[in-house]
Design a protein around this ligand. Structure first.
Ligand SMILES: Cc1ncc(COP(=O)(O)O)c(C=O)c1O
Length: 275
């Protein structure tokens, strides 16, 4: 199903004019939300982040209540997959359009191999979130991120692991990373300017609820080679095992399966509660 500004359109009509700033300047914001048995997991957290991105990027007069209603209504027709919503600037800088569509479930590989690469376009902790307000906005300007994936794949890896200029681990081009040392879970700090991932936030909530040991801490690429397990986190990846980073290979820590199971339980509990 396809909606433009709340109106259902046919697939052939689901287009953005090339003159729109969303196309030739990448001037837009987006969210992707996973559907679990017709239920949009963490919809409120996604809508909150979307509204924050809109505020930071000066997309005014957006009816988020209507967007949420449309997302829920379409998602209820599907067992799984994703709802995607984009707000893109029009030809006129004062006008924007809202595009909503359903995307089928993506089948990712069971494990990832990552090639570390410096991310020169990321703030990487050089600027504080108070100092530069729009750090962390979820914009559609993803060309650099996607190119790093392409570069990594050319060298035989599944994806890229982005680092700041000092070699501190940031995130993947479309996912957050977490690691395990001696049964303790670690996630990087948002001070690095990485996306405030909803899945990362959920992992923190799950750990609190389940009494798992979790710490927010940054790590250098040379140190991540020595941890027990690394895994990828995103709306589409609730704990994908990272089997290799550069030349370093890993074995999967049993705690990762517990984490994955905890995600399923957490989502199902929230779904039942919101019924
Ligand atoms: C750069 C980046 N980091 C992290 C994530 C994970 O965010 P979330 O858990 O909200 O899907 C994404 C997801 O699109 C991303 O693009």
């Amino acid at each position: 199903m396809y909606l433009i500004n709340g109106k259902e359109v046919k697939k052939e009509e689901f287009n953005i004019p090339v003159e729109n700033l969303a196309i030739w300047r990448g001037d837009g914001i987006f969210e992707a939300i996973a559907i679990h048995n017709g239920y949009l997991f963490a919809i409120d957290k996604h809508m909150e982040r979307f509204a924050k991105s809109a505020e930071k990027m000066f997309f005014d007069d957006i009816d988020f209540t209507k967007i949420k209603e449309d997302l829920i209504s379409i998602a209820s027709k599907f067992d799984n997959g994703y709802m995607r919503v984009i707000i893109g600037r029009g030809t006129d800088k004062d006008k924007s359009d809202v595009y909503i569509f359903y995307q089928d479930l993506i089948n990712f590989p069971e494990s990832f191999s990552l090639q570390s690469q410096k991310a020169h376009w990321q703030s990487g902790g050089d600027f504080s979130l108070d100092e530069v307000e729009n750090i962390g906005s979820k914009t559609i300007s993803y060309a650099m991120n996607i190119n790093q994936t392409r570069l990594a794949q050319k060298s035989g890896y599944t994806d890229s692991l982005l680092l700041n200029k000092d070699g501190i681990v940031l995130e993947g081009p479309t996912f957050c990373v977490s690691w395990i040392i001696d049964n303790k879970i670690y996630v990087p700090s948002l001070d690095l300017g990485i996306l405030d991932s909803i899945t990362r936030r959920t992992l923190i909530d799950i750990a609190k609820e389940a009494g798992l040991d979790l710490k927010v801490e940054n790590i250098h690429i040379n140190d991540i080679y020595n941890v027990d397990t690394v895994f990828a986190l995103s709306t589409a990846k609730h704990g994908t095992f990272v089997s290799q980073i550069d030349d370093q290979t890993y074995t999967e820590d049993p705690l990762l399966e517990i984490i994955r199971q905890s995600f399923s339980d957490f989502i199902e509990k929230e779904r039942q509660l919101k019924k």
